[in-house]
Each structure stands twice: as C-alpha cells, then as structure tokens.
Design a binder for this molecule. Structure first.
Ligand SMILES: NC(=O)c1ccc[n+]([C@@H]2O[C@H](COP(=O)([O-])OP(=O)(O)OC[C@H]3O[C@@H](n4cnc5c(N)ncnc54)[C@H](O)[C@@H]3O)[C@@H](O)[C@H]2O)c1
Length: 270
C-alpha cells in the first residue's frame, strides 16, 4: 500500500520537471492528481499516459479563477482535496541588478513574482476550504535560493524564493491546526525551467542555457548530477499522514548547499 493511498492532490506546474516527477511518484504512491499547468500540450501527454489517475486543467497560476477551477475538478473527480502542491515557477537566469535595464527589471519582477509568489498565495487561497474539510496540507516548491545568495539566481529570483519561505511560515501559523504547510527546496537541475517574457527569457530553458550537470557535479558535496525525480520522496513524506505533526518545515534537498570536498593534494588552503 502506497504512502498516499486514496488521497486527492493538486499540483501546479505538473506538466514538466519537478512537478511532473511529483505527479508520477504521487500516483505510484496511490494518489489521484489534478494538474494545473499553462501548457496544454504537456497536459495532454500526461493525461494520455496516466488515464484515470490524473485530471488536467489548462490554466495560469497567476489567475485565482484558474485555481478555483482546478480545485473544483479535484472535488468533482476525486471527492475533495488532501494536498495542494504549489510548484509552477519561473527563473531569472541569474540576471544581475547591475546589468539589467531598469524597465526590464521592473517588468521581470512583476512577471516572476506573479508566478512564484502570487501563484502560491492564490493557489492556497482557493484550496483552503477543501483542505480544512480534509485536514490536509500544502507543500510548496522552494529552492536553494530561499536560503543562500550565489550564482544560482539573480536578485529577482532569490527574493521571490525567500518570499516563498515567508509564505510557508506565515501560512503554517495562520492555517494551524487544520492545515499543515511545508516545503521542499531543490537545487539546480536540468529541467524545462524558463523565465519571464519581459526579460526575454520565455523561450529558453535552464537545461538549454546552463551546463547544470557539470556545475552541480563539480561543486556539490555528493558530486552527482540531480534529476527532477531524485527529490520527490520529500514531497511524499510531507504530504503523508505520517507527517501529521510537521508544519512550517522545509526539507532542503539541494546538494549545492554543502560544497564539494577537495580530496586531492591540490586542495585549496583554508
Ligand atoms: N530546475 C531547477 O534548477 C530548480 C532549482 C530549484 C528550484 N526549482 C523550482 O522548481 C519549480 C519547478 O520548476 P522546474 O525546474 O520543474 O521547471 P519546468 O519549467 O520544467 O516546470 C514548470 C512547469 O510550470 C508551468 N508553468 C510556468 N508558469 C506557469 C503559469 N503561469 N501557470 C501555470 N503553469 C505554469 C510550465 O508550463 C511547466 O510545465 C519552480 O518553482 C522552480 O523555481 C527549480
């Protein structure tokens, strides 16, 4: 019997990358999943592959009414909602404050925060009535950029992911004791992650632009490239009833928080 047997889950951004890996694993754990994503094409693939276990809703996480439609779909198809996974996100491709023209910075901020922060807030707002009924939980996708500055983000992305951490803590406080609110913080990996149109980053992906596997292998403690499916156990754990006393927690699954240890004689001093 799976950890999430019989539970009903809504995942945003489940058409690709981390969200897709969460959907696949949750289904394997016995859950039935509604996926809200803006890509009709990716959703059609998911629906074809997973049949009755997955329902799809084409929509935009920046629009409250789209979250409401996705929640209604969960209620109608699966009888309610046990877990809301807020995950859809954009990246700023580490564009710096200094090198980004002011008007692009301003428009990029509005677009990225609308997805990465407002999208989580509105999703939670729409899901709360159903989650109160099931005494369910919220799991948000954060990032190593929720904790550390560095080359993995520009100020817009890092600020948005820090804001996500604030949301987890404030909502854990506000929604207790009925609804638990937790998060998973992945690190860099090659996915379809794209950026704000206003910054000219809508049609590219992290996998295409950045040699992520090489960077992560060279710099992270474990020395291995990470795949989206590697960290999904953390989502399962937080969504499961086994975590009934866990709220306001973040599981940091990024391997880059701990730097690679130099073992050769060429190790730098200090
Ligand atoms: N890939 C990484 O290196 C990395 C590292 C740390 C954290 N994360 C986080 O993981 C989460 C998922 O990213 P990913 O890497 O899987 O990216 P991805 O692009 O592969 O998947 C994100 C999905 O979200 C959807 N989406 C984007 N904007 C949307 C919107 N406005 N409305 C509805 N759907 C929308 C996309 O269509 C896509 O299917 C994000 O929150 C991201 O910040 C990613």
């Amino acid at each position: 019997m799976g950890w999430l047997e019989g539970s009903s889950v809504l995942v945003t951004g489940g058409g690709s990358g981390v969200g897709r890996a969460v959907v696949v694993r949750f289904v394997a754990e016995g859950a039935r999943v509604v996926v809200l994503d803006r890509s009709a094409e990716r959703l059609a693939e998911l629906a074809a592959e997973w049949g009755d276990s997955v329902r799809t809703v084409v929509g935009d996480v920046t629009r409250y009414e789209d979250h409401v439609r996705a929640c209604a779909c969960a209620e109608e198809a699966f009888g309610g909602l046990d877990t809301f996974v807020g995950n859809a996100g954009l990246w700023d491709f580490a564009r710096s404050l200094t090198d980004t023209p002011a008007e692009i910075l301003a428009a990029g901020f509005d677009e990225l925060f609308a997805v990465n922060v407002k999208g989580y807030l509105l999703g939670a707002k729409a899901a709360v009535p159903l989650l109160r009924r099931s005494r369910g939980s919220i799991v948000l996708t954060l990032s190593n950029a929720s904790f550390y500055p560095g080359p993995g983000g520009g100020p817009v992305y890092t600020a948005a992911k820090h804001a996500g951490l604030g949301l987890v803590r404030q909502l854990a406080y506000e929604l207790a004791p009925d609804i638990r609110v937790n998060a998973v913080a992945p690190g860099p990996m090659a996915t379809g992650l794209s950026g704000p149109k206003a910054m000219g980053l809508a049609d590219t992906t992290i996998a295409r632009e950045v040699p992520i596997d090489r960077i992560v292998t060279e710099r992270s403690a474990l020395g291995v490239a990470v795949r989206a499916e590697d960290g999904v156990g953390a989502y399962v754990l937080l969504a499961a009833r086994e975590s009934a006393t866990t709220t306001g927690a973040v599981i940091d699954i990024s391997t880059t928080g701990i730097p690679r240890r130099h073992t050769s004689s060429a190790a730098p001093a200090g």
